[in-house]
Design a protein around this ligand. Structure first.
Ligand SMILES: [Zn+2]
Length: 90
């Protein structure tokens, strides 16, 4: 089962890399962007693969707010108004 071992090692390596990327605040495309249905705060991707949020009225302005990491159901909480936000894991 040498092939399986190699694959297993690779998978572990990938997980480790994902963790590192997340620790650096990088977005790794494992879910949809979040959007608050209540106050329309939206998440988007900036250069360097980092996430930022903007308001409908000021698309270019980074609010400095961040949605907390969503749980396994894809649920998060809006940092602006506290509403429950549902995203999809890809
Ligand atoms: Zn909101």
């Amino acid at each position: 089962m040498a092939e399986f071992d190699a694959l297993h090692k690779l998978a572990n390596r990938l997980q480790a890399l994902k963790k590192q990327a997340k620790a650096l605040g990088m977005f790794i495309n494992d879910r949809e962007f979040l959007e608050c249905p209540n106050c329309v705060l939206k998440e988007s991707l900036a250069s360097e693969n980092t996430l930022y949020t903007y308001r409908y009225v000021a698309i270019d302005d980074d609010t400095g707010l961040h949605f907390p990491e969503s749980d396994e159901d894809g649920k998060s909480v809006c940092p602006e108004c506290g509403a429950t936000v549902k995203g999809e894991w890809l």
